[in-house]
Write a protein that binds this ligand. Structure first.
Ligand code: C5P
Length: 298
């Protein structure tokens, strides 16, 4: 008996970041869009106790101990329901690791939903979302998918209407970036300036609701992008290559270093992807569209 859950990656079409809070986190206005690049988490009973394995191009960079969000999700759900987390979690990883596309968060949400289905704990959706928020700021969105505005640390979600499918090209970088390091760099760059309260852009929400790629391209923003570029200056070359290839816009995805290019349709996605591959400014290139549904048992 085993259960497999498929979980999408995300791109942040807006990431507005406020000043550092006393707890070290930052208040955000974070507009998430789930896109069709997926990790799959399979859970199987394991008499020898909790075990994590991983396959995929980046598998050697994935921690297999209890720091893995999938392991932490199984432990958190088991503890709440008075059981031991004696499962084997296998992650088939297609979302880039340390890429700013919520790959680790996807595995946390996937393991949680898979363990819930395997054990039949009867946990409510609300309880699952609470556990997700404990695991990390982006994990609730990985469970929910679609498009949503996240406030607080990014974990308090409001679903958003989207009037069409948006086509994207993603350029994966040669190395990863640590999210805490990018937020620290944000703080360093902001030192001595007044950081405004993060608010969602009305133009951006309208563009999503209309399904209008030109309007969305004009409205996207990422306050972490200067920090990511400061730590990883070569990303500017990737952004320039994607824009020169005809993307409507390009931006760093979340804390990076994956760069995301919005294009008008599936045909231009293939063209921009080909040009980015030929540019030699990134490790690999993928095409994906969104919104797509969140974590789903397959
Ligand atoms: O919530 P999560 O564990 O994914 O966050 C990883 C790190 O990113 C935090 O430890 C913090 O340094 C930074 N972060 C932040 N403000 C947020 C979300 C994350 O400073 N809203």
């Amino acid at each position: 008996m085993s259960v497999t859950v498929r979980v999408p990656a995300k791109v942040n079409v807006q990431l507005a970041v406020g000043a550092a809070r006393p707890d070290g986190f930052h208040d955000l206005a974070n507009v998430f869009l789930a896109v069709g690049l997926y990790d799959e988490v399979t859970v199987t009973p394991s008499p020898d106790g909790l075990r994590v394995t991983c396959e995929g191009p980046d598998a050697d960079q994935v921690p297999l101990d209890s720091s893995n969000l999938a392991a932490r999700a199984a432990i958190a759900l088991a503890r709440r329901h008075g059981r031991t987390p004696d499962v084997h979690l296998h992650i088939a990883k297609d979302i880039p690791v340390a890429g700013g596309m919520a790959g680790g968060s996807a595995d946390g949400a996937g393991a949680l939903l898979a363990c819930e289905a395997l054990w039949g704990t009867g946990a409510t959706r609300e309880e699952l979302l609470d556990i997700c928020a404990e695991l990390g700021s982006d994990v609730p969105f990985s469970l929910v998918g679609g498009a949503a505005l996240g406030v607080g640390r990014g974990e308090k979600l409001t679903p958003l209407d989207v009037g069409g499918t948006f086509h994207w090209v993603f350029a994966m970088a040669e190395r990863g970036l640590s999210t805490p390091a990018v937020f620290r760099e944000f703080d360093r760059l902001a030192e001595g300036t007044a950081v405004p309260e993060p608010v969602a852009s009305r133009d951006l929400l309208d563009a999503l609701a209309k399904g209008d790629p030109d309007a969305l391209a004009a409205a996207v923003s990422n306050d972490l992008q200067p920090a990511a570029l400061s730590l990883f200056p070569e990303l500017a070359d990737t952004l320039a290559a994607g824009r020169a290839a005809g993307a409507l816009t390009g931006l760093v995805s979340g804390s990076g270093p994956t760069t995301a290019f919005l294009v008008r349709d599936a045909g231009s996605a293939e063209q921009v992807a080909e040009a980015l591959r030929a540019s030699g400014t990134c490790r690999s290139v993928r095409v994906a569209a969104g919104p797509v549904v969140g974590a789903t048992v397959v």
